[in-house]
Design a protein around this ligand. Sequence first.
Ligand code: ZN
Length: 317
Amino acid sequence: MKVIDVHTHLSSVDLMPERWIEHEYKICMDLCRNMLPAGVPLPSKKALIEGGGVDGLINDMDKFGINISFVMDSPKSSFYGRRTLSGKLVNQMEIEEWVNQCVAKYPDRLKGIGALDFTRGEEAIEDMERYADEFGFIGLKPYPPRGFYPNDPKIYPIYKRAQELGMHIQFHLGGVPPGRMKYCQPIYLDDVATDFPELKIIALHMGMPHVEEVALIAAHNPNILVDISGVTLDMRYRALHSMAYLITHVPNQVVLGTDWPCLNTNSAAFGSHVVNPVKWVNELQTPQILSELGMPQFTDEIKRKILGKNIAEFLKL
Ligand SMILES: [Zn+2]
Protein backbone atom coordinates (compact mmCIF):
# COMPACT_ATOMS: atom_id res chain seq x y z
CA MET A 1 0.00 0.00 0.00
CA LYS A 2 1.23 3.50 -0.87
CA VAL A 3 1.06 6.22 1.79
CA ILE A 4 -0.64 9.25 0.24
CA ASP A 5 -0.88 12.81 1.54
CA VAL A 6 -3.74 14.67 -0.17
CA HIS A 7 -2.89 18.15 1.10
CA THR A 8 0.44 19.97 0.85
CA HIS A 9 1.49 23.45 -0.23
CA LEU A 10 4.60 24.62 -2.02
CA SER A 11 6.09 28.02 -1.28
CA SER A 12 8.56 30.26 -3.08
CA VAL A 13 9.86 33.69 -2.11
CA ASP A 14 10.11 34.53 -5.82
CA LEU A 15 6.49 33.75 -6.66
CA MET A 16 4.21 34.01 -3.66
CA PRO A 17 2.74 37.43 -2.87
CA GLU A 18 4.58 39.22 -0.08
CA ARG A 19 1.39 39.66 1.93
CA TRP A 20 0.63 35.93 1.58
CA ILE A 21 4.00 35.09 3.08
CA GLU A 22 3.44 37.51 5.97
CA HIS A 23 0.00 36.08 6.66
CA GLU A 24 0.87 32.38 6.34
CA TYR A 25 3.88 32.86 8.58
CA LYS A 26 1.71 34.41 11.27
CA ILE A 27 -0.93 31.65 11.02
CA CYS A 28 1.67 28.93 11.10
CA MET A 29 3.42 30.44 14.10
CA ASP A 30 0.15 30.94 15.99
CA LEU A 31 -0.71 27.27 15.45
CA CYS A 32 2.74 25.94 16.23
CA ARG A 33 3.72 28.05 19.20
CA ASN A 34 1.94 25.86 21.74
CA MET A 35 3.40 22.69 20.32
CA LEU A 36 7.03 23.65 20.74
CA PRO A 37 8.66 23.12 24.13
CA ALA A 38 9.36 26.25 26.16
CA GLY A 39 12.56 27.98 25.14
CA VAL A 40 12.64 26.55 21.61
CA PRO A 41 12.77 29.48 19.17
CA LEU A 42 10.21 29.74 16.39
CA PRO A 43 11.67 29.29 12.90
CA SER A 44 12.34 32.40 10.86
CA LYS A 45 10.11 33.40 7.95
CA LYS A 46 12.98 32.60 5.60
CA ALA A 47 13.44 29.09 7.03
CA LEU A 48 9.72 28.36 6.83
CA ILE A 49 9.28 29.55 3.23
CA GLU A 50 12.59 28.26 1.85
CA GLY A 51 12.08 24.91 3.57
CA GLY A 52 8.66 24.79 1.88
CA GLY A 53 10.01 24.29 -1.64
CA VAL A 54 9.63 21.09 -3.65
CA ASP A 55 13.00 19.55 -2.69
CA GLY A 56 12.18 20.12 0.98
CA LEU A 57 8.86 18.38 0.46
CA ILE A 58 10.44 15.31 -1.15
CA ASN A 59 13.00 15.23 1.64
CA ASP A 60 10.26 15.24 4.30
CA MET A 61 8.15 12.68 2.39
CA ASP A 62 11.15 10.33 2.45
CA LYS A 63 11.72 11.03 6.12
CA PHE A 64 8.04 10.45 7.05
CA GLY A 65 7.45 7.47 4.74
CA ILE A 66 5.02 9.19 2.34
CA ASN A 67 5.04 7.84 -1.22
CA ILE A 68 2.78 10.36 -2.99
CA SER A 69 1.71 13.93 -2.17
CA PHE A 70 -0.87 16.14 -3.79
CA VAL A 71 0.67 19.62 -4.12
CA MET A 72 -0.74 23.10 -4.65
CA ASP A 73 0.32 26.64 -4.01
CA SER A 74 -2.23 28.45 -1.90
CA PRO A 75 -5.74 29.22 -3.09
CA LYS A 76 -5.46 32.24 -0.84
CA SER A 77 -2.66 33.83 -2.85
CA SER A 78 -5.09 35.72 -5.10
CA PHE A 79 -6.33 37.43 -1.94
CA TYR A 80 -3.07 39.19 -1.46
CA GLY A 81 -2.28 41.09 -4.62
CA ARG A 82 0.48 40.25 -7.03
CA ARG A 83 3.65 41.73 -5.61
CA THR A 84 6.17 39.15 -4.41
CA LEU A 85 8.87 39.49 -1.77
CA SER A 86 11.37 40.10 -4.54
CA GLY A 87 9.21 42.96 -5.87
CA LYS A 88 8.09 41.14 -9.02
CA LEU A 89 4.44 41.09 -10.13
CA VAL A 90 3.01 37.62 -10.81
CA ASN A 91 -0.41 36.34 -11.73
CA GLN A 92 -2.07 33.14 -10.56
CA MET A 93 -1.40 31.26 -13.80
CA GLU A 94 2.36 31.91 -13.47
CA ILE A 95 2.19 30.38 -10.01
CA GLU A 96 0.33 27.35 -11.38
CA GLU A 97 2.94 26.95 -14.13
CA TRP A 98 5.56 26.79 -11.42
CA VAL A 99 3.55 24.16 -9.48
CA ASN A 100 3.43 22.18 -12.71
CA GLN A 101 7.22 22.41 -13.07
CA CYS A 102 7.63 21.16 -9.50
CA VAL A 103 5.38 18.17 -10.24
CA ALA A 104 7.32 17.49 -13.46
CA LYS A 105 10.53 17.27 -11.45
CA TYR A 106 9.13 14.38 -9.37
CA PRO A 107 6.37 12.84 -11.53
CA ASP A 108 6.23 9.57 -9.58
CA ARG A 109 5.89 11.32 -6.23
CA LEU A 110 3.67 14.38 -6.82
CA LYS A 111 0.25 15.14 -8.27
CA GLY A 112 -0.86 18.72 -8.95
CA ILE A 113 -3.89 20.50 -7.56
CA GLY A 114 -4.77 23.84 -9.14
CA ALA A 115 -5.84 26.81 -7.03
CA LEU A 116 -8.92 28.27 -8.69
CA ASP A 117 -10.95 31.37 -7.94
CA PHE A 118 -14.54 30.17 -8.34
CA THR A 119 -15.85 33.74 -8.48
CA ARG A 120 -14.35 34.24 -11.96
CA GLY A 121 -17.08 32.38 -13.88
CA GLU A 122 -16.23 31.45 -17.46
CA GLU A 123 -12.56 32.46 -17.02
CA ALA A 124 -12.28 30.00 -14.12
CA ILE A 125 -13.54 27.22 -16.40
CA GLU A 126 -10.91 28.12 -19.02
CA ASP A 127 -8.18 27.98 -16.38
CA MET A 128 -9.53 24.65 -15.13
CA GLU A 129 -9.35 23.21 -18.65
CA ARG A 130 -5.73 24.32 -18.97
CA TYR A 131 -4.94 22.73 -15.58
CA ALA A 132 -6.43 19.43 -16.75
CA ASP A 133 -5.30 19.29 -20.38
CA GLU A 134 -1.90 20.94 -20.25
CA PHE A 135 -0.70 20.37 -16.69
CA GLY A 136 -2.43 17.08 -15.89
CA PHE A 137 -3.59 18.41 -12.51
CA ILE A 138 -5.95 15.96 -10.80
CA GLY A 139 -7.93 18.40 -8.67
CA LEU A 140 -8.90 21.94 -7.79
CA LYS A 141 -8.81 24.01 -4.67
CA PRO A 142 -11.17 26.96 -4.34
CA TYR A 143 -11.18 29.20 -1.28
CA PRO A 144 -14.79 29.95 -0.22
CA PRO A 145 -13.79 32.75 2.22
CA ARG A 146 -13.14 34.85 -0.89
CA GLY A 147 -16.88 35.40 -0.67
CA PHE A 148 -19.02 32.56 -1.98
CA TYR A 149 -21.06 29.73 -0.58
CA PRO A 150 -20.09 26.40 -2.19
CA ASN A 151 -23.76 25.70 -2.98
CA ASP A 152 -24.30 28.98 -4.87
CA PRO A 153 -25.98 28.01 -8.20
CA LYS A 154 -23.83 30.65 -9.93
CA ILE A 155 -20.80 28.36 -9.59
CA TYR A 156 -22.58 25.14 -10.61
CA PRO A 157 -21.16 25.35 -14.19
CA ILE A 158 -17.70 24.96 -12.63
CA TYR A 159 -18.79 21.75 -10.86
CA LYS A 160 -20.36 20.44 -14.03
CA ARG A 161 -17.11 20.92 -15.98
CA ALA A 162 -14.95 19.54 -13.15
CA GLN A 163 -17.15 16.46 -13.04
CA GLU A 164 -16.76 16.01 -16.82
CA LEU A 165 -12.99 16.42 -16.57
CA GLY A 166 -12.77 14.01 -13.62
CA MET A 167 -11.11 16.63 -11.38
CA HIS A 168 -11.85 16.35 -7.69
CA ILE A 169 -12.39 19.48 -5.58
CA GLN A 170 -10.79 20.18 -2.22
CA PHE A 171 -12.71 22.63 -0.04
CA HIS A 172 -11.05 24.56 2.74
CA LEU A 173 -13.39 24.28 5.72
CA GLY A 174 -13.37 25.75 9.20
CA GLY A 175 -11.23 28.52 10.58
CA VAL A 176 -7.99 30.31 9.75
CA PRO A 177 -9.01 33.32 7.71
CA PRO A 178 -8.46 35.64 5.68
CA GLY A 179 -12.07 36.04 4.75
CA ARG A 180 -15.22 35.08 6.55
CA MET A 181 -15.71 31.73 8.21
CA LYS A 182 -19.40 31.60 7.41
CA TYR A 183 -18.50 30.38 3.91
CA CYS A 184 -16.53 27.46 5.37
CA GLN A 185 -19.24 25.43 7.06
CA PRO A 186 -19.54 21.81 5.88
CA ILE A 187 -23.31 21.96 5.44
CA TYR A 188 -23.02 23.62 1.98
CA LEU A 189 -21.13 20.61 0.64
CA ASP A 190 -24.24 18.49 1.18
CA ASP A 191 -25.96 20.33 -1.70
CA VAL A 192 -22.91 20.13 -3.98
CA ALA A 193 -22.35 16.41 -3.38
CA THR A 194 -26.04 15.63 -3.80
CA ASP A 195 -26.48 17.69 -6.98
CA PHE A 196 -23.24 16.34 -8.51
CA PRO A 197 -23.08 12.71 -7.39
CA GLU A 198 -20.17 11.92 -9.72
CA LEU A 199 -18.11 14.89 -8.49
CA LYS A 200 -15.42 13.85 -6.02
CA ILE A 201 -14.94 16.15 -3.04
CA ILE A 202 -12.41 16.33 -0.21
CA ALA A 203 -13.52 18.29 2.86
CA LEU A 204 -10.36 19.68 4.46
CA HIS A 205 -9.37 20.13 8.08
CA MET A 206 -12.22 17.79 9.15
CA GLY A 207 -14.47 20.85 8.91
CA MET A 208 -13.09 22.04 12.23
CA PRO A 209 -14.77 23.02 14.47
CA HIS A 210 -17.70 21.18 12.81
CA VAL A 211 -16.26 17.66 12.87
CA GLU A 212 -19.52 15.91 13.74
CA GLU A 213 -21.31 17.80 10.97
CA VAL A 214 -18.72 16.93 8.33
CA ALA A 215 -18.77 13.26 9.37
CA LEU A 216 -22.53 12.96 9.04
CA ILE A 217 -22.58 14.82 5.71
CA ALA A 218 -19.87 12.48 4.40
CA ALA A 219 -21.83 9.47 5.70
CA HIS A 220 -24.75 10.70 3.63
CA ASN A 221 -22.61 11.38 0.52
CA PRO A 222 -20.11 8.69 -0.52
CA ASN A 223 -18.49 11.21 -2.91
CA ILE A 224 -17.05 13.19 0.02
CA LEU A 225 -13.79 12.28 1.75
CA VAL A 226 -12.51 14.04 4.87
CA ASP A 227 -8.83 14.94 5.36
CA ILE A 228 -7.29 15.10 8.82
CA SER A 229 -5.01 18.12 8.34
CA GLY A 230 -4.92 20.27 11.41
CA VAL A 231 -5.48 17.50 13.91
CA THR A 232 -1.99 16.08 13.92
CA LEU A 233 -0.70 18.73 16.27
CA ASP A 234 -1.47 16.81 19.41
CA MET A 235 -2.70 13.50 20.72
CA ARG A 236 -4.93 14.82 23.43
CA TYR A 237 -8.65 14.51 23.98
CA ARG A 238 -9.93 16.74 21.19
CA ALA A 239 -7.86 15.09 18.47
CA LEU A 240 -8.77 11.61 19.68
CA HIS A 241 -12.44 12.51 19.86
CA SER A 242 -12.43 13.93 16.31
CA MET A 243 -10.63 10.92 14.87
CA ALA A 244 -12.89 8.50 16.76
CA TYR A 245 -16.00 10.26 15.50
CA LEU A 246 -14.79 9.99 11.90
CA ILE A 247 -13.76 6.34 12.03
CA THR A 248 -17.10 5.46 13.65
CA HIS A 249 -19.20 7.13 10.96
CA VAL A 250 -17.05 7.13 7.79
CA PRO A 251 -14.15 4.68 8.17
CA ASN A 252 -13.76 4.43 4.38
CA GLN A 253 -13.76 8.20 3.84
CA VAL A 254 -10.98 9.50 6.12
CA VAL A 255 -7.65 10.40 4.45
CA LEU A 256 -4.22 11.69 5.41
CA GLY A 257 -3.64 15.40 4.84
CA THR A 258 -0.75 17.25 6.44
CA ASP A 259 -0.95 20.85 5.24
CA TRP A 260 2.85 20.61 4.92
CA PRO A 261 4.96 22.84 5.39
CA CYS A 262 2.75 24.25 8.17
CA LEU A 263 1.74 22.55 11.41
CA ASN A 264 5.28 21.61 12.46
CA THR A 265 5.72 19.29 9.47
CA ASN A 266 8.54 21.20 7.74
CA SER A 267 11.73 19.67 9.08
CA ALA A 268 13.96 22.36 7.53
CA ALA A 269 12.12 24.89 9.72
CA PHE A 270 11.25 22.86 12.83
CA GLY A 271 14.32 20.63 13.04
CA SER A 272 14.03 17.96 15.70
CA HIS A 273 10.59 19.28 16.73
CA VAL A 274 9.02 18.27 13.44
CA VAL A 275 5.82 16.18 13.67
CA ASN A 276 5.85 13.02 11.52
CA PRO A 277 2.18 12.71 10.46
CA VAL A 278 2.49 9.05 9.41
CA LYS A 279 3.94 8.12 12.78
CA TRP A 280 1.15 10.15 14.39
CA VAL A 281 -1.51 8.04 12.65
CA ASN A 282 0.31 4.80 13.41
CA GLU A 283 0.52 5.70 17.08
CA LEU A 284 -3.20 6.45 17.44
CA GLN A 285 -4.46 4.48 20.38
CA THR A 286 -7.64 4.60 22.43
CA PRO A 287 -6.83 5.21 26.10
CA GLN A 288 -8.30 2.57 28.43
CA ILE A 289 -10.60 5.05 30.15
CA LEU A 290 -12.09 6.24 26.84
CA SER A 291 -12.35 2.67 25.59
CA GLU A 292 -14.49 1.89 28.65
CA LEU A 293 -16.68 4.84 27.70
CA GLY A 294 -17.20 3.42 24.19
CA MET A 295 -14.53 5.06 22.04
CA PRO A 296 -13.64 2.72 19.14
CA GLN A 297 -10.20 1.17 18.64
CA PHE A 298 -7.79 2.45 16.00
CA THR A 299 -7.04 -0.87 14.34
CA ASP A 300 -4.19 -1.52 11.90
CA GLU A 301 -6.76 -1.78 9.11
CA ILE A 302 -8.26 1.64 9.98
CA LYS A 303 -4.76 3.14 9.94
CA ARG A 304 -4.04 1.62 6.51
CA LYS A 305 -7.29 3.12 5.22
CA ILE A 306 -6.40 6.59 6.51
CA LEU A 307 -2.82 6.47 5.27
CA GLY A 308 -3.57 5.53 1.68
CA LYS A 309 -6.14 2.84 0.98
CA ASN A 310 -9.19 5.13 1.07
CA ILE A 311 -7.84 7.80 -1.29
CA ALA A 312 -6.35 5.21 -3.68
CA GLU A 313 -9.76 3.56 -4.01
CA PHE A 314 -11.63 6.88 -4.23
CA LEU A 315 -9.52 8.34 -7.04
CA LYS A 316 -8.52 4.97 -8.52
CA LEU A 317 -4.80 5.78 -8.14
ZN1 ZN B 1 -3.90 23.82 3.37
